[in-house]
Design a protein around this ligand. Sequence first.
Ligand SMILES: [Mn+2]
Length: 288
Amino acid sequence: MASAGPRRAPPVAHNPATRVRAIFISDVHLGTPGCKAEHLLDFLRYHDSDFLYLVGDILDGWALRSRFFWHQTHNDVIQKVLRRARKGTHVTYVPGNHDEVARQFCGLNFGDVAICDEAVHTLVDGRRLWVVHGDLADGVIRHAKWLAHLGDTLYDCLLWTNRHFNALRARLGFGYWSLSQYLKHKVKNAVSFISDFEHVLVREGRRRGFDGVVCGHIHKAQIHTIDGLLYCNCGDWVESLTALVETLEGELKIVTWDSIHAPGERVLRWNDAETEQEPQPSIAVPAT
Ligand SMILES: [Mn+2]
């Protein structure tokens, strides 16, 4: 006779992690209350890889500057990434606009994590992908309408200018000119702006001789082909909880956090434990 009582889903502790060739993650925004660090930890628990790319806005320096928010799970993400790097995963960190402080360390290695302005990932089939956060497109999109009538030189010029433009804004105490903020003000036209973003990066990727682009920045996971070039966006770990992976067979796909678990499977969530404990301690802001 079957045992009485509610049927329980099997525990998940012994589930082996899925091995993939590469994992691409962007826009985690550690240091903001909106960061879903526990979900990212869960994703990482179930996915192991030879290559791990952190495609920008992993840490939110802009948010930390104005309001300090830190949580144990944010430490756990950093620890987990560093541990993977120590154990042989090739970890590459491409800073974005929110963690641009890290850009000054481009070309250096920290705890086996290579930091670089942009990276190249070669797929199993030999195609080369340009890995970049994507904020370099912001300045171009601002001027997209009239730029369409002008040549490549000016295009390049604008890509270059945007980075310096925002560095100057930072020095003058202004925030980064944010594409996402801009989109929120232009909701009705958001679709066309997203397509502009994709277009700018694909165009620049082609100009540099790549077969495709991997980026983040606009918090919208996507894999598609634009004018014969592959466009992949990792999404984010604030709202959509998505990562881009290349399987061992070389197939690119987007994994959403909620697809990891079988229906009815008991999921250990980091925030489950939180609700039973006293309020989470946060690290005090050091006096400066
Ligand atoms: Mn960004």
